[in-house]
Structures are given as C-alpha cells and as structure tokens.
Write a protein that binds this ligand. Structure first.
Ligand SMILES: Nc1ncnc2c1ncn2[C@@H]1O[C@H](COP(=O)(O)OP(=O)(O)OP(=O)(O)O)[C@@H](O)[C@H]1O
Ligand SMILES: Cc1ncc(COP(=O)(O)O)c(N)n1
Length: 273
C-alpha cells in the first residue's frame, strides 16, 4: 500500500455540509487523502445564505495550527475563508514553517452573495498571502478584485491569470469561468504556459461549495505529487462530476455530490488544451 498523503484545510465552516471545511474534508476523503482541518470561523449558513458568523480567537487558530505542525505530516495545504487581516498575519507566519504546495481559494462572498471577509483582509490577502501561493483559484469577481481588471471574455480571463503571476508573484493562477456564460472554462497560467479546462455548462442552481470542492481537490492531487496542470485536470473532472450529480437539497443553491466521480470513472468529461 502506498503511504497515505495528508492535506490540511484552513477555512470556515458550513453546518449544512456543502461548502467550507465540510466540503474540503469530504473531497479529501473521496480522493483517498488524509484530511485535517483548522477552523477560522464558525459560519451559520445553509443553501440560502449566511445567518451569523463567529470568528475563532487568534490564539485558538494558532493552537490548532501548532498541534498539526508539531505532530502531523502535511503534504498539501489549502485555505478558504480567512475573514480578517490578523488571521492572515498569523497564517502567513505559520505557513513559513511548512514545506508543502499551497492552494489559495480567495473566498470573498458565498454563492448566496454574503460577504465572508472584511476590507482590510481583502487588501492584505492580495499583498501578502498571494505571493506565497503555489496556485490561487479566483472566480471572476474575485479575479476582478485582485487584479483591478474588468473580466467579461475568455481573453480577459487569460490576461488576469498572467497579471496575477507577473505582478503578484504567485507561482500559478487558475481563473474559474463559472460566472461567465457558455461552456464552463477555466484558465491556468503557470508562468510558462496557458492551459484551459472546459466542460459543458450544467443547467443547475446547485453550485453551493463548487469553489471549495475544486480547490480542495487540487490540493489533494498536488499532495499526491501530480504536476499542477494534471492536478487541475483531475480536480476539474471531480468538480464537474460533483456538479452534474448535485443534490436537490435545501431551498437555495443545493450542494454538490462528492461521490459522483465514482459513477464517472474512466469517462472523459472535460477537455484540456
Ligand atoms: N453550471 C456549471 N456547469 C459546469 N461547471 C461549472 C458550472 N458552474 C461552475 N462550474 C465550474 O465549477 C468550478 C467552480 O467555478 P466557479 O466559478 O463557480 O467558482 P466559485 O464561484 O468559487 O464557486 P461558487 O459558485 O461555489 O461560489 C469551475 O471549474 C467552473 O468552471
Ligand atoms: C465557510 C465558507 N467558505 C467558503 C464558502 C464559499 O462557498 P462557495 O464555494 O459556494 O463559493 C462558503 N459559502 N462558506
């Protein structure tokens, strides 16, 4: 048996199970990766929106990180919701102690439209967290904020991916096209090549947690040692299957189905170029 690979998510919670830490751990489990988690904020949310948020004290976030760093192997890290600048400062300090690929999902608003990060946090993220990332995975509104560019076409998406690498020093940027019309296409720029990953657009409202699931899957595959373009390809296949077999649960944007990929085993569902 191959040695188990361990992935860590640092993020907020979703008690309804579709997004945040819960989505990340389900994804790790499904991809046969040992999942670990550090909770930054407890978020009372469901498929319709966010009701209230309680942020963990900094000392508690630090203790959670320390117990993992001191005791457990970490082969990949992803961050999701980090609500404030002080939390980010702490995480930057701790990341310096870990040698593992780092996937940043720059979570700013939930699918429901609720804001999950404050203004100072957004700016700090752009300036100090971005340069540490192996790959950052913004959706279009997040990419617009990070770059200051307007993004309405596929060419704009490619331009934004290049901008993030060239101006902010991220190793690679994956701009997700879920918010555009037409096929669901994402662009990855790694400093040398532009890769694209396209799938048919699935006609569904059930996209709660797609961003979390995608970035967790990328982290899991990087932890297994896949090169980044291949990790993204596998993760895109995973998230596309999860959306295509998503659940009609709740009154709002339903959750994706983390075990859907089993039913798609071996089938070509995305097109990479
Ligand atoms: N209707 C859809 N059909 C197929 N793929 C989709 C659809 N919507 C989003 N995707 C894909 O899902 C992944 C997540 O993209 P998206 O742009 O929705 O991220 P996000 O906005 O962070 O997620 P969320 O919608 O959960 O906030 C991307 O690969 C995107 O192309
Ligand atoms: C704690 C937490 N983190 C992230 C999201 C974003 O989810 P989505 O993937 O739907 O944008 C969320 N709704 N809650």
């Amino acid at each position: 048996m191959k040695p188990i690979r361990c992935a860590l998510t640092i993020a907020g919670t979703d008690p309804s199970g579709g997004a945040g830490i819960q989505a990340d751990l389900k994804t790790f489990q499904e991809l046969k990766t040992y999942g670990m988690s550090v909770i930054t904020s407890v978020v009372a949310q469901n498929t319709t929106g966010v009701r209230s948020v309680e942020h963990m004290p900094l000392s508690m976030i630090e203790d959670q990180l320390d117990v993992i760093i001191e005791d457990m192997p970490i082969h990949a890290i992803k961050t999701g919701m980090i609500a404030s600048k002080p939390m980010m400062e702490l995480i930057v300090k701790k990341l310096e102690q870990v040698d593992a690929p780092y996937v940043m999902d720059p979570v700013m608003v939930a699918t429901s439209g609720d804001s999950l990060i404050d203004e100072a946090g957004r700016n700090y993220l752009r300036q100090y967290l971005l340069p540490l990332t192996t790959v950052v995975t913004p959706n279009i509104p997040e990419a617009e904020f990070l770059t200051g560019l307007s993004i309405t076409t596929e060419e704009d998406m490619k331009g934004a991916a290049k901008y993030l690498v060239q101006e902010y020093g991220v190793d690679a940027a994956l701009i997700k096209g879920g918010h555009l019309k037409g096929q669901a296409i994402d662009f990855l720029y790694d400093g040398n090549n532009m890769h694209s990953y396209a799938s048919e657009r699935i006609d569904t409202q059930n996209t709660h947690g797609t961003g979390c699931t995608y970035s967790a899957a990328i982290a899991a595959y990087l932890g297994k040692g896949y090169p980044l373009p291949e990790a993204v390809k596998q993760a895109k296949t995973f998230v596309t299957a999860a959306i295509s077999k998503s659940f009609e649960l709740g009154e709002g944007n339903g959750p994706t189905n983390h075990w859907a990929i089993r039913e798609n085993e071996g089938k070509e569902i995305i097109h990479e170029s």
